[in-house]
Design a protein around this ligand. Structure first.
Ligand code: AMP
Length: 280
């Protein structure tokens, strides 16, 4: 596996590969890799001639400086995991390489997708995501790019980015990879204390119960039930619980038979923010 940090060098490597008609799969990440990320790489390996993972902790997508500073860095282990997975290239640029001293985001309009849920809570977050993903797409020009449903709103926004920018890249959504107890794998999980870690599966358990209930009771009743569950579980602070239509991500108050819905949740364990979602 090649580890490349300069754009010039990745351009050189890619031009040779592209001239021999190799298909290229890209998995953008911010490192601190876990099996969830590896499941994306494995899908890319199965579907492309060459698979590239990028590792870049993108400063412009953090709404809180504290979160950026505390973002885990496990680069040696990341490289080991990627090598063992069969990944061909890991692209590890620094901020200067990507932003040339101008660490700012482009402003995007994603048909309103950016104003829902995470967009309300994390101002500027999706401008940062759009900026880095667009830059990575320009550099790598992959045929296929893989994103996790763990960040379902981000996945929908990237699909919209490709549509608006008219890019010839397939965006492939991959299922949420979970720990045995149901907790969605996340780079932030390693920041949880032992007791927070033992509490955290409550998030998925609640989503799962809400999913079961969605066949019998109204969305309004589910909102009330979930809010009460978290009131009775004060070690986890509910930031939002929303049931939304999958395509528009608009909050759904009631169900229509021809639409797909998903429940989204953001919870704080002290200052560690965890998100998850489930299809209804
Ligand atoms: P991140 O490093 O957190 O920016 O994540 C990089 C990619 O991995 C994103 O497309 C995420 O949605 C995806 N991802 C993160 N955690 C998981 C998970 N538990 N299951 C599936 N995909 C994930």
């Amino acid at each position: 596996m090649k580890v490349i940090s300069e754009i010039k060098e990745i351009n050189r490597t890619l031009s040779t590969l592209k001239s021999s008609n190799k298909t290229i799969g890209l998995v953008p990440t911010m490192g601190a890799l876990h099996q969830g990320h590896i499941s994306l790489i494995e899908k890319s390996i199965a579907e492309n001639d060459i698979s590239i993972a990028s590792i870049f902790v993108n400063p412009t997508q953090f709404d809180k400086q504290e979160d950026l500073v505390n973002y885990p860095n496990t680069i040696e282990n990341d490289i080991k995991l990627l090598k063992n997975s069969g990944c061909d290239i890991v692209f590890t640029p620094n901020a200067n390489e990507i932003y040339n001293d101008n660490i700012t985001s482009q402003n995007f309009m994603f048909d309103g997708l950016e104003h829902e849920m995470e967009g309300k809570q994390r101002v500027g977050h999706f401008d940062g995501v759009g900026t880095i993903v667009k830059k990575l797409f320009e550099i790598i020009q992959p045929h296929n790019a893989y994103f996790g449903e763990k960040d379902f709103q981000q996945l929908q926004i990237i699909k919209k980015l490709v549509e608006l920018e008219n890019l010839n890249i397939n965006i492939i959504g991959c299922p949420i990879y979970r720990e045995k107890d149901g907790l969605a794998m996340s780079s932030r999980n390693i920041r949880l204390s032992e007791s927070q870690r033992s509490e955290a599966p409550f998030i998925y358990k609640t989503l799962k119960k809400a999913q079961d209930k969605s066949t019998n009771i109204s969305f309004e009743e589910i909102y009330t039930w979930v809010n009460n569950e978290f009131k009775n579980h004060p070690s986890l602070k509910l930031e939002y619980f929303e049931i939304a239509e999958e395509k528009t991500l608009k909050t759904a108050k009631s169900k229509f038979a021809n639409k797909k819905y998903r429940a989204f949740i953001a919870v704080f364990a002290d200052n560690i923010r965890l998100i998850d979602n489930i299809s209804f």
